[in-house]
Design a protein around this ligand. Structure first.
Ligand code: FES
Ligand code: MG
Length: 578
């Protein structure tokens, strides 16, 4: 009998390698699943952390994909064990899936650490699942690799391609402007989402998958192979082989996700026109790994990187097109002068080796640095008396003529207040106004929802207005666009200056100089804030996870992690359970 051999080489040996009562307990119950004796011979035990769920439709393909990972693990001499993690469906969960990103991270962290697992494969894709899983895994720091869901097939409507999210925003504004009928709008629903997979625009899911690939945390092409393409299953199979090798080599997550990997990721983020949500997720992830990363890094590192990928919402095409044009390796090849080719990857090779031989097959989708889609990309980090902790905007999705703008505030205290009044014909608003929304930060909603891309007033849409400056402490969907200033910190519910903006106040945005200011005197601002502090709003929850979250969540400028989750507890095997 070979079970029990190899006692302490890997952490699973502390459970499966013991020839005593405790080893009996750890092995015997596992054998109820039909596992033979010799799989407990000291081989690497690979946890497959799966966020498959029928109410996370984007991740619906992950149950099948896990089987392909298992094939590769078995083949390489590992023992694959799949386990579920809380799944977060971006389009289904209220008040916002973001409220639960940190809860998923806790679930993943404790599930990995508490179990006899030596390496882990993270299966996720829908917006919050990728960062939540990575944050949790980072705080354990075992060998870790990601297999993403992959993007869904391009949407189709009346003979044209349509993009997840982006065309929802466009079509719903067209209905309100009287350019599209409601039945036409509804008929686009089934054509938009034609297969399992994540939003096929460069929304948050595609952005996070691209970041994972740029960081070397997955096999090449993970970001772009369509969810239903057989090549994704083959990549999952290879991933199973790779994770077993990583365990043998002791290649842990923190050895791959280094500062160099983050820098590459931030530059790739700019080249792809990535989602603003990546800012909060990467700040939180860096915090788990102990990597120095600041809000300003996003601006500084992306400053010279142009927009190279012509994908919605910043451009025209969709993820299938990106894959057929050469995928992320081809993008990285184009922007090679901006990247550090020495950064490590889960494959054990330098990242440069993965993109050096890549080719661009469609120069319209993946442009060159000499002829980019747009010269300005990445993230602008704005500061000023309205956002002392910073705010972000995405210049590639903004209107150039509004990037420096001065206007009068039209203030909404909550998103419900906004919805109730935005189409009131008597609302005092014109195209030069600045829409200001409060109460949508991490503490304020709670959970920091994607409502920052406030719809424009119908009366202005009817006049042909297509964009306005909008400011809030919310996030916006990675599929959204417009001159939208987000993540204002501190948030209004934490007593940030946003809390005391009044109707008619003048606000000055100067994108090129990165400033955002409320044009009132320091004395006036101080006295308004003193009044606010004397009577702050009641917390939005008094029990349960939401209370824990409100009591401990950090600001968006720090990644909105819970304060006690920053850092890592490692993979130490704790005390016996019996
Ligand atoms: Fe799940 Fe967009 S809603 S990826
Ligand atoms: Mg989203």
């Amino acid at each position: 009998m070979s079970q029990g051999n190899g006692g302490g080489r890997f952490r699973s040996g502390h459970s499966y390698g013991k020839l005593d009562r405790d080893g009996f307990i750890h092995r015997s119950w596992m054998k109820s699943q039909g596992l033979p004796d010799d799989v407990f011979d000291g081989r690497p035990v690979i946890g497959i952390c799966n966020t498959w769920s029928e109410i996370t439709p984007c991740n619906a393909g992950l149950r099948d994909l896990a089987e392909h990972v298992k094939r590769g693990v078995w083949e390489a001499g590992g023992l694959p064990l799949e386990f579920p993690a809380m799944s977060l469906g971006e389009t289904q969960m209220r008040p916002t899936a973001m409220l639960f990103r940190n809860l998923l991270a806790m679930d993943v962290e404790e599930s990995i650490r508490g179990n006899p697992i030596d390496g882990v494969v993270l299966l996720g894709g829908c917006d919050k699942t990728t960062p939540g899983q990575m944050m949790g895994a980072a705080s354990v720091d075992l060998p870790t690799i990601v297999v993403s869901t992959g993007p869904m097939l391009n949407g189709k409507f009346r003979g044209k391609d349509i993009g997840s999210g982006t065309d929802v925003w466009k079509f719903s504004e067209a209905v309100r402007a009287g350019e599209m009928t409601l039945p036409e709008f509804m008929s686009a629903e089934s054509g938009m989402s034609r297969s399992p997979g994540t939003c096929m625009t460069m929304g948050t899911a595609s952005t996070m998958a691209a970041i994972v690939e740029a960081m070397g945390m997955c096999l090449p092409y993970n970001a772009s192979i369509p969810a239903v393409d057989a090549r994704r299953a083959a990549m999952a199979h290879h991933t199973g082989r790779t994770i077993v090798r990583m365990v043998h080599d002791g290649l842990t997550m923190s050895q791959v996700a280094t500062r160099a990997a983050f820098e590459n990721a931030l530059r790739v983020h700019a080249a792809i026109g990535g989602s603003t949500n990546a800012v909060v997720h990467l700040l939180a992830l860096a915090g788990r790994l102990g990597v120095e990363l600041s809000l300003e890094d996003f601006d500084n590192l992306s400053r010279d990187v142009p927009l190279l990928v012509d994908l919605q919402p910043s451009g025209r095409f969709l993820m299938e097109d990106l894959h057929y044009a050469g995928g992320l390796p081809a993008v990285m090849k184009q922007m090679a002068p901006f990247l550090n080719p020495e950064a490590p990857t889960v494959s054990g090779v330098r990242i440069g080796e993965q993109y050096e031989k890549a080719e661009v097959f469609n120069a319209e989708v993946i442009r060159s640095v000499e002829a980019p889609v747009k010269p300005d990309s990445g993230i602008w980090v704005l500061r000023g008396n309205l956002a002392p902790g910073g705010a972000v905007m995405k210049p590639s999705a903004a209107s150039p003529e509004l990037c420096s703008h001065r206007g009068k505030a039209v203030v909404f205290e909550t998103i419900e207040d906004f919805r109730a009044r935005i189409d009131d014909p008597t609302l005092d608003v014109d195209a030069s106004s600045i829409l200001v929304l409060k109460g949508c930060g991490p503490k304020g909603y709670p959970g920091m929802p994607e409502v920052g891309n406030m719809p424009l007033p119908t009366k202005l849409l009817e006049k042909g207005v297509k964009d306005m400056v909008r400011i809030s402490d919310a996030r916006m969907s990675g599929t959204a666009f417009g001159t939208v200033i987000l993540h204002v910190s501190p948030e209004s519910d934490a007593g940030g200056p946003l809390a005391v903006v009044r109707n008619g106040d003048e606000i000055a945005l100067d994108g090129p100089s990165r400033s955002l200011n409320l044009l009132i005197s320091d004395e006036e601002l101080a006295s308004r804030l003193a009044v606010w502090r004397a009577n702050p709003p009641a917390p939005k929850a008094t029990r349960g996870y939401a209370k824990l979250y409100i009591d401990h969540v950090l600001g968006a400028d720090k990644g909105a992690d819970l304060d006690f989750l920053v850092g890592a507890s490692g993979s130490v095997v704790t005390r016996e359970s019996h």
